[in-house]
Write a protein that binds this ligand. Structure first.
Ligand code: CP
Length: 339
């Protein structure tokens, strides 16, 4: 087991080995259980400061990081870009220098720089470049709270949830996990499915990535598909791609569905054609295995991505347990990297 992650950035799951991802999951589970019996964890990061920059709205991430650092004995500071001199075009390099002088860790949510930061132009991947640049100049860990390519804290919490629901990682490896597209009007990034196939395959899971066959509109980045296939070959997992949600749902143990699209304009015209089949409902679970669960990173667009009846079905939907695990897995990431 690799346990020394002190000082490491948590930007991409692809920066971490299978053993390191397993360590994060095991520490998260340990912290969760110790929290359940009321054991104080305030000594773990006593006196440490976490800065959190939210360049876009958040409920789960903001609440879970804020409470998580507090439970570990540290302090959390949250800001929007408008509250920092970034809004007056101070460079990320100079900002990174200040991060290192005053903080012990810096978490950032940044994806569309044009909308969020007033950048004149924006290309997919620019937010990732900012995170990598911050990491280069910062002497304290940079934690990705969602950029344009990945949502690593989300997926680690999701995998922890599957481990709990199915009784351990070895059991999860025997399950069919469907990471599915679902319809919403807004064209969001493919960060969640990209992180899921990369981390899941590295950990030995069998993942079916399902999305409509719309001339590449819903493809995820080839970089992630290539990484996932290579990681699966090493771990004993697998990645398959399916363009028919009904075939994907057959024999599924998990259907985790959310919307994404590469091009908002093309999605505006093509997306609605898929709403009927790809709004996840009990009909999909009739094809799934007994005991199958519904997952979503939240917020979900009810009546578009999922029916009310399904997301509110306590026998199938585990979205709130999934959300709760954000705090446990993020505490593990902070405890391991910021100590
Ligand atoms: N899943 C997630 O990141 O939720 P928030 O956008 O509410 O933080």
């Amino acid at each position: 087991m690799v346990t020394n992650l002190k000082g490491r950035d948590f930007i991409s799951v692809m920066d971490f080995s299978k053993e390191e991802l397993e360590t994060i999951l095991e520490v998260a589970r340990d912290l969760k259980l110790r929290n359940a019996i009321g054991e104080s964890q305030e000594h773990i990061l006593a006196g440490k400061n976490l800065g959190m920059l939210f360049a876009s709205p958040s409920t789960r991430t903001r609440l879970s990081f804020s409470s998580g650092i507090c439970q570990l004995g540290g302090n959390g500071q949250t800001y929007s870009p408008e509250e920092l001199q970034l809004s007056h075009k101070e460079s990320w390099k100079d900002t990174a220098e200040m991060i290192s002088r005053f903080l012990d860790g810096f978490a950032i949510r940044l994806y569309n720089l044009k909308v969020q930061m007033g950048a004149e132009t924006y290309e997919y991947g620019d937010a990732r470049k900012v995170l990598r640049g911050l990491a280069e100049f910062s002497k304290v860990p940079i934690i990705n709270m969602l950029d344009d390519k990945e949502h690593p804290c989300q997926i680690m919490g999701d995998i922890l949830t599957m481990v709990e629901k199915f009784g351990g990682m070895e059991s999860v490896k025997r399950k069919k996990v469907v990471m599915s597209w679902a319809y919403d009007e807004r064209a969001k990034s493919a960060g969640v499915p990209q992180t899921m196939i990369a981390a899941g395959c590295a950990l030995g899971m069998n993942i079916t990535l399902a999305y409509p066959p719309e001339n590449g509109l819903y493809d995820v980045d080839q970089e992630y598909v290539d990484y996932a296939k290579k990681a699966a070959a090493a771990s004993g997992g697998s990645l398959s791609i399916e363009n028919d949600i009904w075939k994907a749902a057959k024999g599924a143990d998990v259907i985790y569905a959310k919307s994404w699209a590469r091009d908002p304009d093309r999605h505006a015209s093509a997306g609605p054609n898929y709403k009927k089949d790809w709004c996840i409902s009990h009909k999909h679970f009739e094809k799934a295995n007994e005991g199958a669960v519904y997952m979503h990173c939240m917020p979900a667009r009810r009546k578009f991505e999922v029916t009310d009846a399904l997301i509110d079905d306590p026998k199938i939907s585990i979205v709130n347990d999934e959300a709760e695990n954000r705090i446990h897995v993020q505490k593990a990431i902070m405890a391991l990297t910021m100590r």
